[in-house]
Every structure is written in C-alpha cells, then in structure tokens.
Design a protein around this ligand. Structure first.
Ligand code: PGA
Length: 259
C-alpha cells in the first residue's frame, strides 16, 4: 500500500488582512516543529497571499488560494486567474468548497472547468465534496458526493495521483462545532477512492490523498488521523489560531508517524 504524506491545510476563508497574515506566518515559522513528516499549507485570502509567500518562501510550509477562475485572463471583473496564482508561488488551490457552491452559486460545470485549468497549470486542486444534512438523513450522502466527484473529475486528463487532493467536508459539519463520525468519514473516503480506482486502477487510487474537513479541532483531530484512510485535514476555524494550528500539525505528525 502506498504511503501517503499526511496534509494539514488551513483555509483562512475571509479572515486576516495582509498585516495580520504576515504576523501570523512569522510566529508560525518560529513555532513550527522541525523535521515534521506532515505537509502543511495555508490558504489565505487573495490580498494576503504575497505577505504569506514572502515569509514562507524558504520554509517547508506551502501556500495556496481559496478559489480561481478557469481562464488565463480576460474581462472577468473581480476574478483571479491560474497564472496569477502561479506567479504568487501558490502550490494549491481550494476548488468546489461548499461556501462557494452555496453563496456564489458555483456549479459542477464551473468547478470542472476550474479543475481542468488547475491541472493544466500545475496547481494542485484541493477539491471539496460534501452533502447537506437533509441528504445525509435521507441516506443519500455517498451517492451525492460520488456525483460531485464524477461531475468534476470523470474523464478529465489526470495522470498523476499526487496532482490533486480531495477533501470530504460534510456541509453540516463546517463551522458548526459538529464533526462527522470518523467511521462515516472513512466510509465516504473509501467509496471515493473506489470510484477513482474504477477509472485509474487501484494503484493510482491508493496514492491519492483524501482529507476530512468540518469543525476539526485539536481535541477531535486524533480520531480522524488514527484512520488509515484519512490522509489529513482541511481546517477553517482552528487554523486561524496559532496554537491550535500548531497542535493540529503536531498531533497529526505523532499519529501518522507511528501508523
Ligand atoms: P471549519 O471549516 O474547520 O471552520 O469547520 C472547514 C472548511 O470550511 O474548510
């Protein structure tokens, strides 16, 4: 079985000015554990990316964006393109987050175009899937998330399993303080991996990292990280606080190192 590198990704959403982000990043570097076996990235809002990039340039911590347009340039007021993110050194870009689907009406079709663009520019998407509570209660969660995966990725040119990351983020767990049961996350992640395996083979699927996200905190992360199928976390609220973010990284490193 492939050894997947655990990933702790901070999604800062619409928090932190450039000055606040720069400050946070400086302190993060001071406290960051040496030789951690965990990959760590932060995804600041667009205006804060340069300040973060400047601080993290010589470090092992990466950075990414929270969204992008699929075109390289054009008359798209308010949008940011893949080459612009590349120029800021972004390694990752979060795509298909439920807040974008819900508040900005992003469609599966648009997300698919963004996925395609990210892959072609060598930006690694952190592609989010997740159901709402009504869908889960109706017993349709796995069907729903598989559909989101299919809509974004089926038949897309995707030749390197490490070129993208998937995050299972149940909508009812985001920012609510309520996490999914680790067993539910594992069931979901396994079926997403099976789906990828049906397209690209088991060896390929075994190398794709799939994260959990939704109210992950230092006191809840261990139960997810102890699951072999869960390759890391996408964290909103708890990534904004320095101590809790460091705790998340340290707990992940400890558990995955002995796994
Ligand atoms: P949360 O956000 O950790 O605050 O629930 C997760 C996310 O939206 O990625």
């Amino acid at each position: 079985m492939a050894k997947r590198i655990p990933l702790v990704a901070g999604n800062w959403k619409m928090y932190k000015t450039p000055a606040e982000a720069g400050n946070f990043t400086r302190k993060l570097l001071e406290k960051f554990p040496e030789n951690s076996s965990v990959e760590v990235i932060v995804c600041p809002p667009f205006p804060a990316i340069p300040a973060v990039a400047l601080k993290l340039a010589e470090s092992r911590i990466g950075w990414g964006a929270q969204n992008m347009h699929w075109e390289a340039e054009g008359a798209y007021t308010g949008e940011v393109s893949p080459p612009m993110l590349q120029a800021l050194g972004c390694r990752y870009v979060i795509l298909g987050h439920s807040e974008r689907r819900i508040h900005f009406n992003e469609t599966d079709e648009q997300i698919r175009k963004k996925m395609k663009a990210a892959l072609s520019y060598g930006l690694r998407p952190i592609f989010c899937v997740g159901e709402d509570l009504a869908t889960r209660d109706a017993g349709d969660a796995e069907f729903f998330c598989r559909h989101q995966l299919d809509a974004a990725l089926m038949d897309l040119p995707w030749s390197n399993p490490e070129a993208l990351v998937i995050a299972y983020e149940p909508i009812w767990a985001i920012g609510t303080g309520r996490t999914a049961e680790p067993a539910d996350a594992v069931a979901m992640i396994s079926q997403l991996r099976d789906r990828i395996s049906s397209w690209h083979g088991a060896e390929f699927a075994d190398r794709v990292r799939i994260l959990y996200g939704g109210s992950v905190k230092p006191d809840s992360i261990a139960s997810f990280m102890e699951e072999e199928q869960v390759d890391g976390v996408l964290v909103g609220g708890a990534s904004l606080n320095l101590d809790s973010f460091i705790d998340l990284v340290q707990i992940t490193a400890k558990i995955k190192a002995t796994a």
